[in-house]
Write a new protein. Structure first.
Length: 304
């Protein structure tokens, strides 16, 4: 059992303890932190607290983290499109229709299952037994470059780069409608939808800071091909932000129209460019994930 201690500063006072922990514990997923709170593993000034406890300046927070349990996820020999690999990390080009990590209803066929077969026991354990090696995620139907860590020290360094917004992430997307401006920025907090908990939404009360910069690459009259640059990485951020402008992603039946004239399986979104400082060598690395075949065919169809 490891105990991690924090002291609440003035800037973080007055917020719920679950949100505080999510802000200061980037090594752990929000769901894992919620589990620790539920299991009475979080105390403030020596007393166990619940998720709704409001922090105060000077609070002494103690987070007890149980020892890692052996992984019970089954490695699967699933082909990986590896863009880069060394002894500390790897960058993979995730295909469409693949869940990143196991969860209820998706214990097999995930990227984690494939990575475990490829790396064996050489994966970081910071994000818990269901997310070994996972630094950041993309949606099931989003394709593109994803970072995998093989070692905890490298994982912590890259998580800090994510926190500082220094990791370069460029997405390509096709949205519905004709965007008139050549470029723009959406700066609006993203959080759970107040009614439909399965969806995200712009949520000024309980959302977290989210900033998306977009640039038009090509116009097709009734659709627009864009590049998105992320400053933050909230769940469904690009999908929510572009839908809020009235330009939902093509194929996104959750945040856009239920009609799908191009017969897409999910949103037209691809994580194309990923750049970061190597956590061990310090060298800047940048990788480009080629767009999948369906994406190129969609662009060809729109151009005609």
């Amino acid at each position: 059992m490891e105990t991690i201690n924090f002291k609440v500063d003035v800037e973080k006072a007055g917020i719920r303890i679950d949100r505080y922990l999510a802000d200061v514990c980037l090594d752990f997923s929000r769901s894992y932190l919620q589990k620790l709170l539920k299991d009475q593993m979080v105390s403030v000034n020596g007393k166990v607290v619940k998720a709704n406890y409001k922090t105060r300046a000077g609070d002494e927070v103690a987070l007890q983290v149980p020892d890692m349990q052996p992984l019970d996820i089954k490695p699967e020999e699933i082909p990986l499109d590896i863009l880069y690999e060394d002894e500390w990390l790897m960058v993979v080009n995730k295909p469409k229709d693949m869940v990143v990590h196991p969860s209820a209803g998706h214990m097999e066929g995930t990227l984690v299952n494939a990575v475990m077969a490829h790396c064996g026991e050489h994966l970081s354990g910071i994000n818990g037994v269901l997310r070994p090696g996972i630094v950041h995620r993309i949606d099931k139907d989003t394709t593109g470059a994803l970072l995998i860590c093989k070692e905890d020290g490298a994982h912590r360094d890259l998580a800090e780069q994510l926190k500082e917004h220094s990791i370069k992430r460029r997405y390509r997307a096709v949205v519905q409608g004709n965007i008139k401006e050549d470029e723009g920025t959406v700066d609006a907090p993203v959080g759970r939808h107040p009614i439909d908990r399965k969806k995200m939404a712009i949520n000024h009360k309980n959302g977290k800071e989210a900033v998306t910069h977009y640039k038009v690459l090509e116009r097709f009259g009734n659709a627009t091909y864009i590049e998105c640059r992320l400053e933050t990485g909230r769940t469904h951020q690009i999908r929510v932000h572009m839908a809020s402008l009235g330009y939902p992603l093509l194929g996104d039946t959750v945040y856009g129209s239920s009609k799908n004239p191009y017969h897409l399986q999910g949103q037209a979104l691809h994580a194309m460019i990923l750049g970061f400082r190597h956590p061990v060598t310090g060298e800047y690395l940048e990788f480009t994930a080629p767009p999948p075949e369906y994406f190129e065919k969609l662009l060809d169809k729109l151009r005609k």
